[in-house]
Ligand binder design. Structure first.
Ligand code: CTP
Length: 365
């Protein structure tokens, strides 16, 4: 701050840092808006801070990372939304435009880091709503312009233990009815869901998603989320939804495992022989196996057995089948898994035995 107080940059502390400081909440994220060359301001500031400077030329923004603190520096800008849900067209503006484009009153306060004196800017009565503990949009089109604010409103409401201001709540409900979230990319919605699940008050917000009919899902099944580790909660929640989200293969697998959790549990429960135990879990993500282990005491012994079975190397591999002049094809997989199962169940112990069995099979079929 000292740097800006002594420099000629027209800079402002904005957004979350002001809100959180006024609420007496700790934050490691600092947003600074600069009227003018934000990258230059960041570069000069970093000469003093000596953190890690990341410059995003295309956006005219920069980030300085130092220990746990993150400073985002952007030029003061306004936005126009060409159509609901689309990404905004951004253009340079003064601090008033910069505050006007924001989501909620409590997020639209700024502190001018002026050479002579600090000046507090609060054109949308952020202080008033902070005192009244209300989330209030700055203008009636806020949720239509950027429907992700529906998620943000609920996230802040629960995080801060605020309420939605009554008009804001009506606008939110109206936006949901108008299906504005259909206009937002699934990636952006996924980002919001991930942010929600990172919060301490995630459960309240997920229940709100149901209450406000943003997503339909089985509320009874939601309860289990309390027992799911933090880093997997979001995937568990996604498994309750019918919507498809852009996930990595690993994420997709975890979601699908959660969707089938009951089935996996039952298959494992009724597994009697080693190969049944192995095949009940061999396609289940490691982290979901840990969840099963944590949730269901009765399965622990079988899970431990699975870990042991997993270490057993198959006696027969593809190369061995080629050596027996078997042509690669679906039969390969059938033979390999057949022998592997027998091996797990102790029915074949050596490569020689296995080869004999395969030869017999081939003669029969
Ligand atoms: N903002 C907005 N509309 C959005 C996202 C962000 O108006 N859809 C504005 C808000 O003024 C917000 C600021 O951009 O304060 C920074 O966004 P973000 O970092 O997501 O929020 P923070 O306020 O820093 O809150 P958090 O504590 O959740 O990081």
């Amino acid at each position: 701050m000292d740097f800006f107080l002594k420099s000629d940059f027209e800079a402002y502390l904005v957004g979350g840092i002001i809100r959180d400081t006024l609420l007496g909440r700790k934050t490691h994220d600092i947003d600074i808006s600069v009227h003018g060359d934000a990258i230059k301001a960041a570069t000069e500031l970093n000469k003093i801070i000596r953190g890690k400077l990341e410059i995003h030329k295309d956006f005219g923004t920069a980030t300085i990372l130092k220990n746990r603190t993150r400073i985002d520096i952007a030029m003061t800008r306004d936005e126009i939304y060409p159509k609901p849900g689309a990404l905004p067209q951004v253009f340079e503006s003064d601090i008033h435009g910069d505050l006007r484009r924001r989501d909620f009153s409590i997020n639209a306060m700024a502190l001018a880091l002026n050479r002579k004196k600090l000046r507090f800017l609060d054109p949308f009565f952020g202080m008033k709503y902070l005192n009244e503990r209300l989330i209030r949009v700055i203008h009636p089109k806020s949720f239509l312009d950027d429907p992700t604010r529906i998620f943000r409103a609920l996230r802040y409401k629960n995080r801060l233990n605020f309420k939605l201001e009554s008009k804001t709540e009506k606008l939110l409900i109206e936006a949901v009815w108008l299906r504005v979230l259909k206009k937002v990319s699934k990636q952006r919605i996924l980002n919001e869901l991930k942010l929600i699940c990172k919060e301490k008050t995630y459960l309240k917000t997920l229940k709100d998603l149901h209450h406000y009919e943003i997503f339909e899902f089985n509320m009874k099944k939601l309860n289990l989320i309390k027992k799911i580790p933090d880093d997997l909660k979001c995937y568990y929640f996604l498994s309750l939804l019918e919507d498809k989200f852009p996930l990595s293969n690993e994420e997709e697998r975890i979601v699908s495992n959660f969707r089938n959790l009951e089935r996996i549990r039952n298959t494992l429960k009724s597994a009697k022989i080693n190969s049944d135990i192995y095949y009940a879990l061999h396609n289940v993500d490691e982290r979901v196996i840990k969840v099963l282990n944590r949730l269901y005491k009765g399965l622990r012994q079988k899970i431990r057995k699975f870990y042991r079975l997993r270490r057993i190397k198959p006696i027969i591999r593809g190369d061995d089948l080629l050596a027996l002049s078997i042509k690669p094809g679906p039969i390969f997989r059938e033979i390999l898994s057949g022998i592997h199962k027998m091996q797990l169940d102790g029915l074949v112990k050596s490569k020689h035995d296995a080869t004999q069995i395969i030869k017999k099979w081939l003669n029969v079929s």
